[in-house]
Design a binder for this molecule. Sequence first.
Ligand code: GP9
Ligand code: MN
Length: 632
Amino acid sequence: MNSINKWPKHSILAFAILATWIKTVIVYQTSFDMKIENGMQYFILWINPISFLLIAYGLSLFFKKSAARNRYILITSLILSIVLYGNVAFYRFYNDFITLPVLFQTSNFGDLGTSALAIINVWDIFYFIDVIFIALLLKFAPKLNEQLTIRKDIRHAYFVLAAAILLLNLGLAETERPQLLTRSFDRELLVKNIGTYNYHLYDVYIQSKSSAQRALADGSELVEVNNYVRANQAEPNAEMFGKYEGRNLIVVSLESLQNFVINNDMNGQEVTPFLNSLTKDKDTYYFNNFYHQTGLGKTSDSEFIVENSLFGLGRGAVFFTHGGNTYNSMAERLGENGYFTNVMHPNNKSFWNRDMIYQSLNIQKYYDVNSYEVGEGEAVNWGMKDIPFFQQSVQHMTEMPQPFYSRMITLTNHYPFYLDPEDIMIDEYTSNSGTLNRYFQTVRYMDEAIKVFFEDLKEKGLYDNSIIVMYGDHYGISENHNKAMAMYLDKEAITPYDSALLQSVPLFIHVPGSNDGQVMEEVSGQIDLRPTILHLLGIDTSKDMQLGADLFSEDHEDVVIFRDGRVITDKVVYASDACYDRATGEQIDIAVCEPVIESATTELGYSDAIINGDLLRFYDSATGNLIQNSMK
Ligand code: GP9
Ligand code: MN
């Protein structure tokens, strides 16, 4: 112990900075999957925690008493460890960094259940190693607690140094990623360049800015958006408009279902036999070039997009951050046209803030977990298994007034993709990723559940008079499993081009008796569903503030914009700041992609403006008039 006491008096401050810095850099490299392409990026990554740590720990220099100073350092290290570990746990699950609004979603974390267990393990104590060392040092090196006066000029020099390092960091980040702080769609880029701690400060700043945005917004911003929407409107296809007027509408969200499993097999076994049969069915439009457009809000984002034909947000889940806004949802439209509108999902009603936002979306009834009897052995992963869910839902439908609009959200094919042995119908895959290996099995189960659902609808006499729309809500296999995916797809590696195309999810529009079934190759996304569906049912949307276009319309363009700014058309793929030829996957001159990048920025910007400013409160959707200077 004596040797510790020979350490200089400021050791504890220096030690804390060094320990947390080294730990943070190790965590960057081991717990997050950030693509680092060159030496400069490594350098930025390594230095980016320093400025924040110097400042955060350095505030201890303002304490007069050494004991208070040391206590401050210890508490700071604990808080920073919690922040970092929170990000690690979150990242394991969402493959993303925490943003402020999700912290208010505590009800979600309570529901994680089996997923939480898969996420946290006992070795995670190492994420707190610096705190432990600092505590030990304080306990066993009493000299560190001796009184020590801090000279003002030294303190001054210290903070000048911290500021200089911060400026150096920002300067290097700017050369590496121009306009990082002004554009920033991507949290990973932010963390890579300014560091996880500075990122959180930045995030707090952005969030407070968006709440200010609502307060400051008035109807005038809507004029430009309205002009854009009207100018880009797609005329309905005259033959399809109103063709199925009066039918019940069933929209099924297929949890984590990606398109790559459709008409594909896994070690010789068919993964989705029933859905495959639909792709060749006389009554089904199968869209094989359709993409999810969700962000961090996952399932809830897909719901938001489908209901509103607007994008979710680049940060946080719009269901939470803007659950109280005014919307003109698909449910509202259908309600006005005599439909009984409802959502069926056997989960806690507060999950994703559904109970709140469904009111804003004018959904008349939410059949949550309390509307279902989840018997022994009938739940797995996040809740009720899909087969009993579909069976009990059809039962509910028989009691609904018609026509009804039921939006159903499946759950079994959810990470971590576990099944009870009796529900396993095909083998596991054989890669280094247990997640991907099990995914095929839960997808196979979901396929079976849909088959049972169709049979039940027929049996209960609901089938013929309904339209059934089914779509994958978002990816199930994240980029963390690229190696295994490359093996499955028989590729050397998954490039950014491949990753973008892998965001394709299947869309089926099944219209019993239509006899017009076909495979549709139009490049399209979830944002197009609202106008497509409403037009089939004969509901006019020409005054609606929506960004998507009817998939059956001649005016529909072959383009899909992702929430993170990536774009896919029939000619190009824009991803990771690079432009690719859609046909060959070869990188081409970025100038070719410029026009689509531009329109993506515009559309995402308009969507964000509507949501952040809560602008639809200034819009009369019945007349298409703007309500300016309203007191709303
Ligand atoms: C939760 C379910 C799954 O109710 O919708 O949500 P996800 O994690 O996929 O967003
Ligand atoms: Mn989901």
